[in-house]
Design a protein around this ligand. Structure first.
Ligand code: FUB
Length: 336
């Protein structure tokens, strides 16, 4: 047992971090990343030499399912040590929303930061919806950019349920056009206008096999990737991560199979993929964290990160969620 502050300082100097509530020291870079709060739906954004990680704050008590009221942001320059920047926005800041700070993603465009997030709309547009907020800095404060939802349940009338319009992901293509994809059971994509706060043209459905939720768009070389939480109900109880690739953002999308298994103890899983300082990473969540007498659960998840590697043909190598995370040096990644 470690009994003295000098002993803890010596461990910290050697690359170990020990949050106040932790039972034992752990290697910097190990999972879960955040240990003093339950966090979900990780969305990384690289700005200069810093990686920002946007998450939802899971605050479910006992047997509550979800209780998410705010989004938090953390940042790192080395993937080992994280700075807590606190809450960047509360669901109440979208005055037209009534609850549920669900999955989000931030993107930089024209010197501003745009934050897209899923929430529950008030009774004027029943169902889930997607809002957009804007800030001059990646750590906020973010303010509602429209005063109304960017996407409502009524804009996707073919959908089968009220929570299909969740989990926005955004990607700016080489021609400067920013696209937004989202969905639950159905996956949709649309262009954003240059002002970033209006949909431009039609909404198209691009639902890949076993699509459940949590889409994430990224591009590597000439290939576009649509990675998502998948659920083959005939075979699995909990979500896994699957993906599709395409030669253009407009498709056609080819299903490439599963990237990960399920998150430990978690029904949901949620990918966020990014390149940072020469390596690729996939952020996920599971429910392996316990804080005090609260164990991980469907509404008490914990974000994790693993190295992501590619095969020569552009497919992604299967990823396993580990406790070690990125505490070990990155693998060599030819042709990133
Ligand atoms: O965290 C709330 C919801 O659960 C997200 O929007 C989904 O992706 C799933 O993780």
């Amino acid at each position: 047992m470690i009994r003295s502050i000098p002993a803890l300082l010596a461990l910290a100097a050697a690359g170990w971090v020990a949050p106040a509530h932790a039972q034992a020291p752990r290697a910097a870079g190990s999972n879960p990343i955040v240990r003093d709060k339950f966090t979900a739906d990780p969305a990384p954004l690289v700005v200069g030499d810093r990686l920002y990680l946007y998450v939802g704050h899971d605050e479910a008590q006992r047997d509550e399912m979800f209780n998410m009221r705010e989004w938090l942001v953390y940042s790192t320059t080395d993937m080992q040590h994280w700075t807590d920047h606190g809450p960047i926005m509360n669901v109440a800041d979208f005055t037209w929303a009534k609850k549920d700070a669900w999955a989000s993603q931030a993107i930089e465009k024209n010197g501003k930061f745009y934050f897209y997030a899923a929430v529950e709309h008030d009774g004027s547009h029943p169902g889930k919806a997607i809002g957009v907020a804007v800030s001059d800095t990646p750590t906020g404060p973010f303010v509602d950019a429209r005063g109304s939802a960017l996407i409502t349940n009524q804009m996707t009338p073919k959908g089968t349920h009220s929570w299909e319009d969740i989990d926005p992901t955004v990607l700016t293509d080489d021609d400067g056009t920013t696209w937004i994809a989202w969905g639950n059971r159905q996956c949709y994509i649309a262009k954003l206008k240059p002002n970033m706060i209006e949909i431009d043209g039609p909404i198209q459905e691009i639902t890949p096999p076993n699509f459940e939720e949590g889409p994430w768009l990224h591009k590597r070389g000439g290939l576009y990737y649509l990675t998502y939480a998948s659920l083959d109900r005939s075979r699995h109880r909990d979500e896994r991560v699957s993906y599709a690739t395409a030669p253009a953002i407009t498709g056609p999308w080819t299903y490439r199979g599963e990237l990960t298994g399920s998150g430990k103890y978690s029904f949901t899983i949620h990918p966020g993929i990014v390149a940072f300082k020469g390596s690729w990473y996939v952020f996920l969540h599971n429910a392996a964290l316990a804080i005090g007498d609260l164990n991980g659960a469907i509404g008490r998840r914990a974000v994790t990160v693993e190295y992501l590697e590619y095969n020569a043909d552009g497919t992604m190598k299967p990823v396993t969620q580990t406790e070690a995370g990125v505490s070990a040096p990155p693998p060599r990644q030819p042709g990133r």
